[in-house]
Design a binder for this molecule. Structure first.
Ligand code: HEC
Length: 146
């Protein structure tokens, strides 16, 4: 009987020690979302650089996923969630309006990339991908630690 009780105590303790705070959850969510953004951009970048054969359908699939992740990202910057190994800078929350504008710029560029993929030739797709890349750098430069 006593050993069952101890087992339950141990189980409870391990459950609680693994319970993440809201900030830690937000951080994990954000890093997951951003890693998918990076994955999709990496694949498209490889096609642009000729390291992978250009495949319009694949490019479109990555662009759609990237766009969806950037739209999720707007829920992922919970105030105070630059904890642990986060690279998010405090000024995200002191300049929230400007930060949100940067995110919107990236979302619009990703949407435009999708539109371009549906209508235009490869060179225009690559040009729009480069414009999207500028919006990533434009935010990272100010709001992400090196
Ligand atoms: C509005 C601002 C913003 C935009 C736009 C943005 N990012 Fe980020 N990104 C961040 C911040 C802030 C972090 C750090 C998050 C953290 O660690 O808490 C980050 C993290 C990342 C990471 C995780 C790994 C790392 O080095 O921190 C990748 C990969 C990434 N971004 C890629 C991209 C790509 C590719 C784009 C453009 C398609 C993009 N991001 C657009 C703000 C942005």
């Amino acid at each position: 009987m006593k050993s069952i009780f101890m087992l339950i105590v141990c189980l409870m303790a391990s459950l609680f020690s693994h319970a993440a705070t809201d900030e830690e959850k937000a951080l994990r969510f954000r890093q997951s979302v951003m890693n998918v953004v990076g994955y999709s951009a990496g694949n498209m970048g490889a096609m642009v650089k000729g390291k992978m054969d250009y495949d319009q359908a694949e490019f479109l699939r990555h662009a759609i996923n990237l766009n969806a992740m950037l739209r999720l990202a707007q829920d992922a910057f919970v105030e105070g969630s630059n904890v642990g190994d986060s690279k998010a800078k405090d000024i995200i929350w002191t300049q929230r309006g400007k930060f949100d504008q940067k995110l919107e710029d990236a979302q619009l560029a990703a949407q435009e990339l999708i539109n371009t993929l549906n209508n235009a030739d490869k060179s225009m797709v690559f040009e729009q991908f480069s414009d999207l890349g500028k919006t990533c750098k434009g935010c990272h430069k100010t709001y992400r630690k090196r």
